[in-house]
Write a protein that binds this ligand. Structure first.
Ligand SMILES: C[S@@+](CC[C@H](N)C(=O)[O-])C[C@H]1O[C@@H](n2cnc3c(N)ncnc32)[C@H](O)[C@@H]1O
Length: 221
């Protein structure tokens, strides 16, 4: 499938798949979307010293990089599980240039380290951050029940990958979450919210990032 590197409205880059007419991030701003949906309305709700974050669709690693710096500021220890079936190429990852937005001189080295670590083996990125990248389909991910505090659900949209937005998938995620655990996603489709509710989530709609009216946050009861 053809893949193009494009610049989004806030100046940060993303990957565009013309055949699907689908971007890896919002064309209104990749960085703004990641900060708004996953960091501000997800990570910032967690106040414990030790947390486990799972990302569905590790992709370019933008959310992992932002989580690294945000949790470091808050002295949180993070176990970050990134599930990815089709990793971007080294050239694509380098072309994203996300480190230049992180306003930290170590961000380039951290981003490279995250991508250089082996798949399927937890690897320390720093004293406070362990990255466990799982190279597999979401269906085959290995996650212990009730161990995850926060899920970044960042799959391609239900228009192009409906099989990832089903009650069955949400049930798996529900089982991985600790009681009170949180799922956040950029998607605000009514059917997705109904399917989240159908497996037991308490679902709320929040204002979306620039260019999008709403996003969704769901809590395990
Ligand atoms: C919308 S992109 C988001 C990527 C990532 N969060 C980022 O910031 O770059 C969705 C990601 O999900 C991955 N993906 C697609 N189908 C998958 C599946 N069945 N299991 C695991 N990952 C999948 C894609 O390869 C892609 O990297």
């Amino acid at each position: 499938m053809e893949r193009q590197i494009v610049t989004t409205a806030d100046g940060s880059k993303t990957i565009f798949l013309p055949e699907w007419n689908e971007h890896y991030h919002s064309s209104h701003g990749a960085l703004q979307e990641a900060q708004h949906v996953f960091i501000r309305h997800g990570l910032h709700l967690l106040t414990s010293d030790y947390i486990t974050v799972l990302e569905m669709g590790f992709g370019t690693g933008l959310n992992a990089l932002l989580t690294f710096f945000s949790s470091e500021k808050r002295n949180q220890y993070v176990h970050y599980i990134g599930i990815e079936a089709f990793p971007p190429s080294e050239e694509e990852i380098a072309a994203m240039d996300y480190a230049s937005f992180a306003s930290d001189p170590t961000s380039g080295a951290i981003y490279e380290h995250m991508h250089a670590t082996s798949w399927n083996t937890p690897a320390p990125i720093s004293e406070h951050f362990v990255l466990e990248k799982q190279l597999c389909d979401l269906q085959n991910a290995t996650v212990a029940p009730e161990t995850v505090d926060l899920v970044y659900f960042d799959a391609f949209g239900p228009r192009v990958q409906p099989e990832l937005w089903t009650p069955e998938v949400f049930q798996r995620i529900y089982d991985w979450l600790v009681p009170g655990g949180i799922l956040v996603t950029y998607c605000a489709k009514g059917q997705v919210k109904r399917d989240l509710k159908s497996v037991g989530f308490l679902v709320e709609s929040l204002p979306g990032p620039p260019g999008k009216r709403e996003m969704t946050r769901a809590f395990k009861r």
